[in-house]
Design a protein around this ligand. Sequence first.
Ligand code: AMP
Ligand code: MG
Length: 347
Amino acid sequence: MKTVKVLAFTSLFWLCACEKTEPELAVFKEQMFVMGTIIDVSIYGESEKKSQKMFHDLLKDFKYMQASWSPTRKGGLRRLNGLIALESPFTIGPGIKDMIEHSTQLSLQSEGLFNPALGKLIKLWKFSQEELPKGPPPAADAINKILAGNPKMTDLVITGLILESRTPDLAVDFGAYAKGYGVDKAIEYLKSQGVHNAIINAGGDLRAIGSKGKDAWHIGIRHPRENWAIASIKIQADESVFTSGDYERFYEYEGKRYHHIIDPRTGYPADQSTSVTVLHHNAAIADAAATALFVAGPKDWQRIAKKMSVTHVMLIDKNGKIFLTPEMQERLQFTQPESLDITVVSH
Ligand code: AMP
Ligand code: MG
């Protein structure tokens, strides 16, 4: 694989030297497995050597983020949750402070449907662990006990770098947000290195900048129930596309599907949507909003999207009915539009 790429770059050099025409550059493509997913890094218009170096820097960064933000691995977030339980103020790092503040704001906008303070509930469902859980689902009593405590991000009070929690019954889980935040950091790094054209694709959730030469980056969106792309989208300049789906992490128990996106109102997996895709320039916002709108479902998503200032949305409900904002309709190319039930609704 590596040899092929080196050869491609060598022949490019000869093309440039002999023909003096605009060379058709190769896309540098490598992947890593980190934060529970495969992260594809694609870079266009840079040398092989520089791209390799940047890829290795990103690999180190993502490993660091994985250790810092995992609720189960030994690191920053586990420390934070452990100290919250001890009920006295403590110092936090400036990085995690930014994440808490930003996600608190998003949680408020989402009317608490995106609620990273529900770490205890997500742990109870065993969706915070890396391996996929098996049934049975948790006991109703245990779920209700956590919900009765009503943990919310505004219970975390930050003064300078000192954090105090109003309740010990709260744990932070950034599962619906950290991937987006990490992708934003990775794109920031590439931009700082002078890169204009790249994609960081974390298991289908991505942020892309620039283009692939004359062609735009093309992104496929997975059908929630079939193994093909329901639609594709052409990226313009600098955009993120994030999808929350009930097919991503789930188990079946006694014929019922239990997936990883929990409705904070009921304590159970949200059951009105199968997939929500959000397009936004910021990956962290796209990530949080996709989760929030999935929970909101076909009745409430428009109100929540408005509050979160998200304009490009596709929601597929449990019956396969597709809802689009007009802005999203303009951008999507459906693979088999004649076989789909599509409604465009303004927000
Ligand atoms: P996503 O795939 O981005 O929708 O995020 C799902 C992950 O976020 C789950 O695996 C949980 O770790 C966490 N999570 C589940 N439900 C919620 C929720 N309502 N609010 C915030 N985080 C959640
Ligand atoms: Mg999310």
